[in-house]
Structures are given as structure tokens and as C-alpha cells.
Design a protein around this ligand. Structure first.
Ligand code: CP
Length: 297
């Protein structure tokens, strides 16, 4: 069984192949057919992009997609995640995409279930397909990773997107920095410089913004005026290089981490990231299901 849980143990060569394959899918290469594969998307935390783009990816690959709604599932009657996934296995599901609020929810499942698991986000842990689609977007823009400089702005401490992205970007030779705020504890990683956004904004290639993750906070923070103090205002954006881009995994808190008028600015790649998510998730599904593929169309 092949899974995708984190990128930490994925060889760089595999990451590069996934990016190439996702770009192929975007260019409408012949699509493989997985019409004998049954897929289910088990989301126990809210999602728009990840859940819907996985479903589009599955349908483009002609999979049989079995609807699953956590709110009407037997989880509401006390069934465990383990028993839910074992049920999926028992009824013939081949691949599940899971999002859960617990960090590393998959630890109890690996080795005990006979289906492929793709991590759609675990608590504050990892969001590997988001990181992969972000890398695809960066590669499309710059044609390389080595030497590309990014500053990550926002709620890095509580963000699984940041945790997945920082490590893999460094492995690919990017220079990653985190913008400081006075709101929460600094991101603790000696390899990641903490900087003031105003000091680096004119140098970096990528300003990557993150949503403030209120649902993961154990105390309340005063985010009044966050935009002017720490976020990407129009005035700050005017200091970006002409070749630099804005990224954000979304959902966006408009006028909190980013000024509303920048979301669809010419140098924003926010909606491109979402588009790329479909093609990267097709590449990931094909990767975990290697061996299932029928003839290309
Ligand atoms: N970026 C992301 O994971 O969005 P959703 O929470 O809508 O899936």
C-alpha cells in the first residue's frame, strides 16, 4: 500500500516527478483511466478547496467517488476514525483522502488498513498536497527552486501549510524566512530566520500569506489592525520586485492578512494555486495507485 502522509520522507526526485506529471495533466496529456478504483473523501474538518479539488481530480481520472459526509456519518454516533477507515476498506474502497483535526491522525491506521491514505491535512501537522501544489505554482513561475526567496507571513506557528512548505522548500534549495509578529510565540526553527516583513519585502521572490487559524488557538489574540501592522497592504506590495508573486493557500481573511484589492492583483497567484491543486492531486492519486492504471485515453 502506498500512502502520502507527509513530504518529509519523500525523495526530492519523486517530488520533481509529481510536479512534472501535474504540469502534464494541466497541458492535457492523455489521461490514465482508473475506472476500477473506488475513492472516498473523509473530511472531519471543514474544507472547500482540498475536498472539491480532490473530487474533481478523481472524476477526471474516472474513479468511482463514494460520497461521505462527516456530519451524517456514524462518527456522530461515536464511531472512531479507525473503525470508519476499516469500514471503507471492508466495503471495497481503494483510496481515502482524510482531513482530521488531530495531528498525525494516521499513526494508528498505517500498517493496519489495506487501502491507500492521502493526508488532506492533519491538525497543525502537515498538508502535503497543498505544499506540492504550491511548489508546482512556484516552478511554473520561476522554472527552478534553487535560490528562490520566500517570506511566509501570518500564523506560521499554527499552520500545517507552513510546516509542510518550509521543510520541502529548504530541501529544494529555496531560502525561506518567516515574518515576525508580536501576537504569538515565534516559530521555533533555527534554520528559518525570523524577519520584519518591511525589511525583506523588496528582496523576496514570493510573499506567502497565511490565514490566522482561530480554530487552533488556545488563547484569543487581538488581530485588530493585523493588516497594517504585519500584513500585506497595498503600500507594502508596491515595494515588491516586478517579478515577485503573492501566494496564499486560502481560505483568505480579507483585509486581515492581505488587503482585499491584492487578492486578484496581476502578481497574485492565489487562484492559480487552486487550479493547480486539481492537477497536482491527479498526480498524487496516480502515484499512490501505481499499478491500478488502465490504458491512457
Ligand atoms: N487550502 C486549503 O486547504 O483550503 P481548504 O481548507 O478549503 O481545503
Amino acid at each position: 500500500m502506498r500512502h502520502l502522509l507527509t513530504l518529509d520522507d519523500m525523495p526530492i526526485e519523486t517530488i520533481r516527478k509529481l510536479i512534472t506529471r501535474a504540469i502534464d495533466f494541466k497541458l492535457e496529456t492523455p489521461m490514465p483511466c482508473f475506472d476500477q478504483v473506488y475513492a472516498a473523501n473523509l473530511f472531519f474538518e471543514n474544507s472547500t478547496r482540498t475536498k472539491c479539488s480532490f473530487e474533481v481530480a478523481q472524476r477526471k481520472l474516472q474513479m468511482q467517488v463514494i460520497p461521505f459526509d462527516a456530519q451524517t456519518s456514524s462518527i456522530q454516533k461515536g464511531e472512531t476514525l479507525y473503525d470508519t477507515v476499516k469500514t471503507m476498506e471492508a466495503i471495497g474502497i481503494d483510496v481515502v483522502v482524510i482531513r482530521d483535526r488531530a495531528d498525525a491522525y494516521y499513526a494508528d491506521l498505517i500498517g493496519s488498513v489495506n487501502l491507500s491514505i492521502i493526508n488532506g491535512g492533519d491538525g497543525m501537522g502537515n498538508h502535503p498536497t497543498q505544499a506540492l501544489l504550491d511548489l508546482m505554482t512556484i516552478y511554473e513561475q520561476f522554472g527552478q527552486f534553487e535560490g528562490i526567496e520566500a517570506v511566509i507571513v501570518g500564523d506560521v506557528l499554527h499552520s500545517r501549510v507552513a510546516h509542510s512548505n518550509i521543510k520541502v522548500m529548504q530541501r529544494l534549495g529555496m531560502k525561506v524566512q518567516v515574518a515576525k509578529t508580536a501576537l504569538w510565540a515565534p516559530y521555533e526553527d533555527a534554520t528559518v530566520p525570523t524577519v520584519a516583513l518591511d525589511e525583506v519585502i523588496s528582496d523576496v521572490d514570493i510573499v506567502m500569506l497565511l490565514r490566522i487559524q482561530h480554530e487552533r488557538h488556545t488563547q484569543s489574540y487581538d488581530t485588530h489592525d493585523f493588516l497594517n501592522m504585519y500584513g500585506l497592504t497595498t503600500k507594502r506590495s508596491q515595494q515588491m520586485k516586478s517579478t515577485s508573486i503573492i501566494m496564499h493557500p486560502a481560505p483568505i481573511n480579507r483585509n486581515v492578512e492581505i488587503a482585499e484589492e491584492l487578492i486578484e492583483a496581476p502578481n497574485s497567484r492565489i487562484f492559480t494555486q487552486m487550479t493547480n491543486g486539481v492537477f497536482m492531486r491527479m498526480a498524487v492519486l496516480e502515484y499512490v495507485l501505481e499499478g491500478w492504471k488502465k490504458d491512457d485515453k
